[in-house]
Design a binder for this molecule. Structure first.
Ligand SMILES: Nc1ncnc2c1ncn2[C@@H]1O[C@H](COP(=O)(O)OS(=O)(=O)O)[C@@H](OP(=O)(O)O)[C@H]1O
Length: 621
């Protein structure tokens, strides 16, 4: 083939120069015709060879049908190469057929084409391998040619970014859902713990109650302030949507963890500390500890360390502020230093109320707790008229039949539980009978019989005359419930019993002084508790500014409940009022006593105004 090709090549060139080589031809006249024939043969051979080459190429050409068709014509062509004209006709025919097949081929290709910025062309697989019996016309391969590289790069970049974002959102969503589920579980656990808290503790405060009366299911729960008192139902899952994808009112950040509080409501007891915390919790940037943790004021808790305290905190998102409230912090001398040791830049909220009203509110709660403690003791057998032998033996409820008894304490167990509560509360509750002075610790859990403390600085008579008596918890509770506020606050000689705890706590300046020795004034905000009752939004606006969070708690979050006489809270998933332990009806107090006490407090109030730099306008008689 190569020799023939070479020859054909040289004959081609010689035919072009036949006139110039005419002498050679002329000199060999006998061979002229033969050489012409040879020349034609060579030409035909050359064309046949070209054809063969095309045929070989076409063998490798993609289309199967085309190859078959060409093969059948190939033979025919060989036999038809004798006449050039015929050959040209056939070549034309062949070209037309080729064109026709090409169009057919194009039609087949169009079926697989994809219109994209990239030039993507679907070709049959057979185009990439020798034709054979096993080739199938349906087999396709994708040939991608980039005709517009810039567009292709943009296209690919967009694709990659979308892929990355999709993955990121899915990942964050999964992480968030796990953490949010944990947070909800924790809230639920706290609310259960709250409802199972069965006994009153005078040293703690109450909480919020569902308006549907959920908390009232346990009569003792309502008076217990020790355990978390949050009875808000667990948030529905639709409020826990992914913050990036479905922003909700409470959720803005994907990760949660328990954080030490960045703000504390340090007191004052009975001034609206619970109302303040629950109202602040309406703000999406606020998380609250469910109950009063008493970390800084109780040595047994403080010794457990900050990690213990942190674990008592709720889950919060980055950027949220965790707040805990324990009103006894305000009056416990060691607390300011301890708080500073944890966080020197912590924000402190102090809610105060007109001191005499606060003292009466305090007395009302103490008396209520005492009465609650006495009632079950008075009728222990009624709790279970048919006790099982195991229960009546007084032993612990164990074993197969003891499961129910383990849940329901026996009368004896109930009694000892109540005694324990009374004893642990004695540091404060005993003050109802004229207890310790302003500087004394508000609460201190101790064991042993309740001992009346001598009334300090108040003179003789009345409550003070009982001070040396040692009383059993029951007797103490009975006395607590029997004494009037007037008897406890004013001695028979007309002097004020300054040591009476509800009064000593109302001497705000004494306690605040200690805090301002440790913290700069700017770190403490004084909230007017009387105004919080009348106009919560105005006070909350001040607090939001103090905490550095946007103003979000508005009037639509509240409605006035005529029955309670207080504003109640409007959450996304329902309305709630504070428990009935908040807003108890105060006993009637002799106006002369009230006036006497107001005069007594006037001087102390002035000192307090000076400390805080604001006149709160409390009446002086
Ligand atoms: N909205 C609303 N609803 C109900 N009660 C409200 C409200 N706002 C403030 N208050 C007042 O809160 C008082 C109880 O204060 P504290 O929560 O600090 O009490 S405690 O120290 O925690 O026990 C409680 O005191 P008393 O009225 O003496 O019971 C209320 O007057």
């Amino acid at each position: 083939m190569t020799a023939a090709k070479r020859r054909a090549g040289s004959s081609g060139s010689s035919s072009g120069s036949s006139s110039s080589s005419g002498s050679n031809i002329g000199s060999n006249g006998s061979n002229d015709q033969q050489s012409q024939q040879q020349h034609h043969q060579l030409q035909h051979h050359h064309q046949a060879h070209q054809h063969h080459q095309e045929y070989q190429q076409l063998l490798q050409h993609p289309h199967h049908h085309y190859h078959q068709h060409y093969s059948s014509n190939g033979q025919h062509n060989h036999s038809a190469t004798s006449h050039p004209q015929q050959y040209h006709q056939r070549q034309q025919q062949h070209q037309q057929q080729q064109h026709h097949h090409h169009q057919q081929h194009q039609a087949t290709l169009r079926d697989c084409s994809v219109k994209l910025p990239l030039d993507i062309l679907w070709l049959p697989k057979s185009a990439m391998r020798p034709a054979g019996p096993d080739t199938s016309p349906t087999d396709c391969i994708l040939v991608v040619g980039v005709s517009r590289p810039k567009l292709a790069v943009v296209f690919l970049t967009v694709m990659l970014i979308s892929l990355f974002l999709t993955f990121h959102v899915l990942y964050d969503s999964a992480v968030y859902n796990i953490q949010a589920a944990q947070a909800v579980h924790e809230r639920h656990r706290l609310s259960l713990a709250s409802s199972s808290s069965a006994l009153p503790s005078a040293s703690q405060s109450g909480g919020i109650m569902s308006s549907s009366g959920l908390a009232a299911a346990s009569p003792l729960t309502s008076s217990s302030n020790h355990q978390p008192v949050f009875v808000k139902p667990v948030q529905s899952s639709n409020q826990l949507s992914h913050p990036m994808v479905f922003p909700s009112s409470r959720v803005h950040f994907p990760k949660t963890s328990r954080r030490l509080p960045q703000a504390l409501i340090i007191g004052v007891r009975k001034c609206g500390t619970r109302a303040l915390l629950e109202m602040l919790y309406l703000h999406p940037r606020i998380q609250k500890a469910g109950g009063e943790v008493h970390f800084f004021d109780r040595d047994e808790n403080y010794l457990k360390g900050l990690e213990w305290y942190r674990k008592k905190m709720p889950h919060s998102f980055r950027g949220q502020i965790t707040i805990e409230k324990s009103p006894s912090y305000f009056v416990s001398p060691e607390v300011p230093e301890r708080v500073r040791a944890m966080n020197a830049s912590i924000k402190l909220l102090l809610i105060v109320r007109e001191p005499v009203t606060r003292a009466i509110s305090d007395y009302t709660q103490l008396r209520s707790h005492a009465a609650t403690a006495i009632l079950p003791l008075a009728e222990p057998q009624n709790a279970n008229p048919n006790p099982s032998p195991r229960e009546s033996s007084g032993g612990g409820a164990t074993g197969a039949g003891g499961a129910a008894a383990a849940k329901m304490p026996s009368p004896l167990q109930s009694q000892s539980l109540l005694y324990g509560k009374l004893q642990s509360a004695r540091g404060y509750d005993n003050a109802l009978l004229g207890g310790s002075g302003a500087g004394a610790k508000e609460t201190k859990a101790t064991t042993g019989p309740v001992a009346r403390r001598p009334a300090g600085g108040g003179g003789g008579g009345g409550a003070a005359s009982m001070a040396t008596t040692t009383l059993s918890p029951l007797a103490s509770a009975a006395q607590m419930a029997a004494k009037s506020f007037e008897e406890l606050a004013i001695f028979p000689n007309g002097t004020v019993n300054e040591a009476y705890r509800p009064l000593s706590i109302s001497m705000y300046h004494v306690h605040l002084h200690r805090w301002l020795e440790v913290f700069p004034r700017e770190q403490l905000l004084v909230v007017n508790g009387d105004r919080l009752i009348e106009d919560p939004v105005s006070q909350l606006k001040r607090i939001e500014a103090f905490l550095g969070i946007e103003h979000r708690v508005k009037s639509e979050h509240f409605y006035f409940n005529e029955t309670k006489g207080f504003y109640c809270l409007r959450y996304d998933n329902g309305d709630r009022c504070l428990r009935e332990t908040k807003g108890r009806k105060h006993p009637h107090v002799d106006p002369v006593v009230v006036s006497r006490l107001r005069k007594f407090f006037a001087e102390y109030n002035q000192r307090f105004y000076e400390l805080v730099g604001e006149d709160l306008g409390w009446p002086e008689e």
